[in-house]
Ligand binder design. Structure first.
Ligand SMILES: [Fe+2]
Ligand SMILES: [Fe+2]
Length: 200
């Protein structure tokens, strides 16, 4: 894809920050005395969003940063994702009524908060400093890959959203369909710019 079309997508930095915001908003909705169905919906939604986000970072963003920087923040990123996946695996194997369900989710939340803080204070500023010219191209690649990852899981995502509290739906919807909205928005922008250039 060209630099022009890449520039129509949000940059990788904005996409990553937006994903973090959506996941933290989902965490915020979790309450230990909520109904088990609601807990399951929120936990599964957060876990799916984290899985997709981690895969996008590992496939597209981290390699681009790793090519120009070798520091503690980038070295520990994948091991931290692996630990997050271990906790997600435990949660998926548990029932929300299990005694440890809350504490395992709290552990996941703590780990993610720490990881997000490191990314936002070290890794993202580093990328903005070292590869500013690549951030739109990486954002476009991440948006396209997100669609590939989310579309096959759309039924699962919709089920989780239905279980979660109605108040959480806005945040969850953002995680689930942001890729689709971006694609629609991009299509509209592309058609419009083509019309302008062709004078139609
Ligand atoms: Fe991240
Ligand atoms: Fe990460």
């Amino acid at each position: 894809m060209s630099r022009f079309t890449d520039s129509l997508f949000p940059s990788a930095i904005n996409l990553i920050r937006l994903d973090h915001t959506h996941v933290l908003a989902t965490f915020h909705q979790y309450e230990v005395d909520s109904r088990p169905t609601v807990k399951r919906g929120l936990v599964n939604t957060a876990c799916t969003a984290l899985e997709v986000h981690a895969q996008l970072e590992e496939e597209i963003f981290y390699p681009a940063v790793r090519a120009v920087a070798d520091n503690e923040a980038i070295r520990k990123s994948v091991p931290e994702h692996d630990e997050m996946r271990r906790l997600i695996g435990r949660l998926r194997a548990m029932e929300p009524t299990d005694a440890e369900y809350d504490s395992v989710f709290m552990e996941l939340m703590r780990d993610v908060l720490h990881h997000v803080a490191d990314e936002e204070t070290v890794l993202l500023p580093e990328a903005e400093r070292l590869i500013p010219d690549r951030l739109n191209e990486l954002g476009a690649a991440m948006t396209r890959r997100r669609l590939e990852l989310v579309v096959p899981r759309s039924g699962e995502i919709a089920g989780n959203m239905a279980r979660a509290m109605p108040g959480s739906t806005v945040a969850l919807l953002g995680v689930a369909v942001s890729g689709a909205c971006l694609a629609a928005w991009f299509g509209k922008r592309s058609r419009r710019s083509w019309q302008i250039r062709s004078g139609t």
